[in-house]
Design a protein around this ligand. Structure first.
Ligand code: ADP
Ligand code: MG
Length: 620
């Protein structure tokens, strides 16, 4: 039985708190919820303004902010104060977007304080998080207005290739908009859920989610088993989408109409008008064979579907190439895909639908509205988290291995890739030098054996370890990866209890290509990594050995003969000589020789000290 509360001030019935699902898109954003009566997800359409809220923020002269369709109108008239595609900048540094800055009509700043980009509007600076929060705030207000109830909690979706930094930024944006973000969910996971895939925990399915939006394209191959959504592979192009279709139409009109060609460069309003007409043409051609219109009653704009398809064929072909690549990466054949799901407004283009269906050899699913499908899935996830569907447990996995640097620059993995999240894992370490009071913990992400080939996420010092001989301190390093893929690392020295922790908020984003590249590299370099690792391990052993032997001789020289000391020196020198040779066998051989020669020493010294101790006990 659902609880019903009466709002005493208005006399209206107040529903139980709803948790909304939000698709925070590059071009368009939506908010959805589960209808309390029929339990079906539904995208919120406040005041009949439509379910789609363009992800555009405009700052007026008077300092107000406008979000959505009204803001979109300022894109051409006031580009410097109108921010679009801010999702592209979330969690990114200036370095990451540097080569694409001409894509944005507004000013992107590198203030270099934290390395993350800022956007300048007038004399104010905004972070992408703050701007995303403006969009989320608008969605929240629409939801509250339409549902007539406060909305404080949400599930927000992100692309599967978003890294920790981008996920954390999305979560922060939610917080800033006054939302408690219960979970960050992958967009393809949400789309699959909307189609009811993965709701039955006994179901095993492999699905392809093809998402062609306004300015981005991605394909994700998911394996769903026991309620776990595993991203097998993802591919795409973060600068390819429906906007390219619009541009193709504009160019076609310019080329085929002298009047347009002659005036386009000087006439801003013509540019704007052409852009609107091109998008209208594209949408019309999704259901009609021809589009005709005139601008200002004089300029004729028409295009046939056949012509449009010729124009966009190379773009569609590129997306199919990505599908092929994603399938290769997932090591799957098209016939092994159980379902293909279409996401994003641009999948309404018949040529896109046909191309994808043909590639996978089966009719793609497009029965749900491709603009809304991600938000609907997010609403289902929200409902699950609200505890309304107790039978379902949803898990995600971490895409890259997480670990720390150990001696010699080696990567010691703590949470392997594809681990279900949330998860927790740890390992014990010790010091390598006598009296060491600080221990540097460097956290890395990646599949390579050497940390320098991986990506550094964080670094901190565990300070205040009491001075002890090398090998004595016991330092537990624990990794706690929460359900959003955000990592907390803690280090504790067990003997003293000194403790230090960091939450990992990496400064630099990784593109999906980079994640892929990292995975690919780990495969390509697997062999050479193993041999490098062996050399480094041999070296580390050797360095420790030299350190211990030299220290021993220093302390206990009195119990050794001059010849023994001389021989030890020679063997240590021989070991030092091969240390940098990169020859693992030579190093280990020299270690063995030194070890064999010096191992009786320790015993002798021990016996001497025992004897002395016994002597000391004697009562005269
Ligand atoms: P994003 O996920 O990037 O925010 P969307 O999924 O909302 O983007 O897709 C927006 C794109 O879909 C725009 O380029 C828009 O023109 C295009 N689009 C919407 N409806 C249609 C249609 N009927 N035919 C073709 N393209 C469409
Ligand atoms: Mg989208």
């Amino acid at each position: 039985m659902a609880k019903v509360a009466i709002n005493l001030s208005t006399g209206s019935i107040q529903q139980e708190e709803v948790i909304v699902g939000i698709d925070l898109g590059t071009t368009n954003s939506l908010v959805a919820y589960i209808h309390p009566e029929d339990k079906k997800p539904i995208a919120i359409n406040d005041q009949g303004r439509g379910t789609i809220v363009p992800s555009v923020v405009h700052f007026t002269q008077t300092g107000e902010t406008i979000v959505g369709t009204e803001a979109k109108d300022y894109l051409t008239t006031d580009p410097a104060n109108t921010i679009y595609s801010v999702k592209r900048l979330l969690g990114k540094s200036y370095k990451d977007v540097g080569e694409h800055t001409d894509y944005f009509g507004y000013k992107i700043i590198d203030d270099d304080s934290e390395g993350l980009v800022k956007i300048r509007v007038g004399d104010k600076f905004f972070s992408p998080i703050e701007l995303s929060a403006e969009i989320l705030r608008e969605l929240r207000e629409r939801a509250e207005h339409s549902l007539k109830t406060p909305v404080n909690r949400a599930v927000i979706t992100v692309p599967a290739y978003f890294n920790d930094s981008q996920r954390q930024a999305t979560r922060d944006a939610g917080k800033l908009a006054g939302l408690e973000v219960l979970r960050i969910v992958n967009e393809p996971t949400a789309a699959a859920l909307a189609y009811g895939i993965g709701i039955d925990p006994n179901e095993e399915k492999t699905v392809a989610v093809y998402d062609l939006g306004g300015g981005t394209f991605d394909i994700s191959i998911l394996s769903i088993h026991q309620g776990i959504f595993e991203v097998l592979s993802t591919h795409g192009d973060t600068y390819l989408g429906g906007d390219d279709f619009d541009r193709a139409i504009i160019n076609y009109w310019i080329q085929n109409n002298q009047l347009i060609a002659d005036t386009i460069n000087q006439d801003k309003s013509l540019q704007q008008e052409l852009r609107l007409k091109a998008e209208e043409a594209k949408r019309t051609l999704s259901s009609q064979p021809i589009y005709t219109a005139t601008i200002n009653g004089t300029i004729d704009c028409h295009i046939e579907r056949h012509t449009f398809e010729t124009l966009i064929a190379p773009i569609v072909a590129r997306t199919i190439e990505s599908c092929r690549q994603a399938m290769t990466d997932a090591k799957l054949q098209p016939e092994q895909i159980d379902a293909v799901i279409m996401v994003g407004g641009s999948t309404r283009v018949p040529m896109v639908y046909d191309g994808v269906s043909e590639f996978f050899g089966k009719a793609a699913n497009n029965s749900l509205n491709p603009d809304e499908v991600v938000s609907l899935g997010a609403a289902i996830q929200a409902d699950i988290l609200a505890g309304n569907r107790k039978d379902i447990l949803l898990l995600d996995v971490t895409p890259l291995t997480l670990g720390i640097e150990t001696m010699g620059g080696l990567m010691d993995s703590i949470i392997p890739r594809n681990s279900k999240i949330p998860t927790k894992a740890g390992r014990q370490y010790t010091t390598s030098v006598d009296g060491q009071v600080n221990m540097k913990i460097s956290v890395y992400q990646g599949e390579r054996d050497l940390v320098k080939e991986n990506r550094k996420l964080a670094e901190f010092d565990l300070k205040g370890i009491p001075a002890m001989p090398a090998g004595f301190p016991k330092v537990d390093v624990n990794f706690i990866l929460n359900a959003d893929g955000i990592l907390k690392v803690e280090a504790i020295e067990l003997r003293s209890g000194v403790r230090q922790e960091v939450e990992v908020k990496p400064q630099y984003g990784l593109t999906d290509e980079q994640v892929e590249q990292m995975l690919m590299d780990s495969i390509t370099h697997a062999k050479e990594d193993v041999s490098t690792r062996m050399v480094i391990e041999a070296r580390t052993t050797a360095e420790q050995m030299i350190y211990q032997v030299e220290r021993f001789v220093e302390k206990n020289g009195e119990h050794l003969t001059a010849e023994e000391i001389e021989l030890t020196r020679t063997n240590v020198q021989n070991l030092k000589n091969v240390l940098d040779s990169g020859d693992k066998d030579a190093i280990l051989k020299a270690v063995d020789i030194l070890e064999e020669q010096t191992s009786p020493f320790a015993e002798r010294v021990m016996q001497i000290s025992i004897k002395q101790a016994m002597t000391g006990k004697k009562i005269e």
